[in-house]
Design a protein around this ligand. Structure first.
Ligand SMILES: [Zn+2]
Length: 246
């Protein structure tokens, strides 16, 4: 299968420290991201009733001529209906960090995890819909309301997004649905392995474990302390004491 080529751009001011090399260097059997991430300005004020930028505005502001199969534009403004991503026309997607960044920060999940998770989901849908991104107005059925940590969780309650940003999965129902929609089974298998690598940093994993299991953590610390103490005593008695006595 021909790899999907994704063009990522930033539009407007993005006030976060994001390692975009993690996105452009991500090695996937499904897609590749153009190495050059371009910046675009946001020359208009919002036209929505609640200071949100409307789909029509972004349809006009985003480039239609780009190097790639679909365009993934990242912004930090509110989008229509408080969504964090909107599918526009001409294989273009606008994605906002404004509602998701704080949720990720609280859970110590890197923003790069969410970006990759979105690119995987859209790439699979791109194949599912005969190599195109269906626009928001088109009737589609690929997300499920139940939160399972799956790429296709609806996340109607936005904080639920954290469950699919740390080792996300493709649930059994979605695996069947994808393979029934002309997505090659070997690709689904490979993607599942790749998704397992989208993880929290190890430090935060340990922190989460300590928060969840404080008593076990204290016991582990105690046992380790005891072992270190015993080992240092043995080293003292067997080697250092003898060397000093000579
Ligand atoms: Zn699913």
């Amino acid at each position: 299968m021909k790899k999907i080529r994704i063009k990522v751009i930033r539009i407007g001011y993005i006030p976060y420290d994001i390692n975009f090399q993690k996105i452009t260097n991500n090695n996937s059997a499904l897609f590749e991201v153009d190495k050059e991430i371009n910046d675009y300005s946001l020359p208009q004020d919002s036209q929505g009733n609640n200071w949100e930028y409307t789909d029509s505005q972004f349809k006009e502001l985003l480039p239609s001529d780009f190097e790639g199969d679909f365009l993934f534009a990242i912004c930090n403004t509110s989008l229509e209906n408080n969504y964090y991503a909107r599918r526009l026309t001409d294989n273009r997607i606008i994605f906002s960090l404004s509602t998701t960044s704080n949720i990720l920060k609280t859970e110590n999940i890197p923003i790069e995890n969410l970006l990759l998770r979105m690119l995987y989901a859209y790439s699979l849908n791109f194949i599912r819909y005969d190599r195109r991104i269906p626009s928001k107005t088109e009737k589609t059925k690929f997300a499920h309301d139940e939160t399972k940590g799956c790429l296709f969780d609806m996340n109607g309650y936005i904080p639920d997004i954290v469950h699919s940003c740390d080792s996300p999965i493709i649930c059994d129902d979605c695996s069947v649905s994808l393979s029934n929609s002309k997505v090659p089974q070997d690709i689904i298998k490979k993607v599942k392995k790749e998704l397992a690598k989208i993880k929290k940093n190890r430090y935060y994993k340990i922190l989460t474990f300590v928060k969840k299991h404080p008593f076990i953590s204290i016991m582990i610390t105690f046992v380790f302390g005891l072992i270190i103490n015993i080992v240092s005593n043995i080293i003292w008695e067997l080697f250092i004491k003898k060397i000093l006595a000579e």
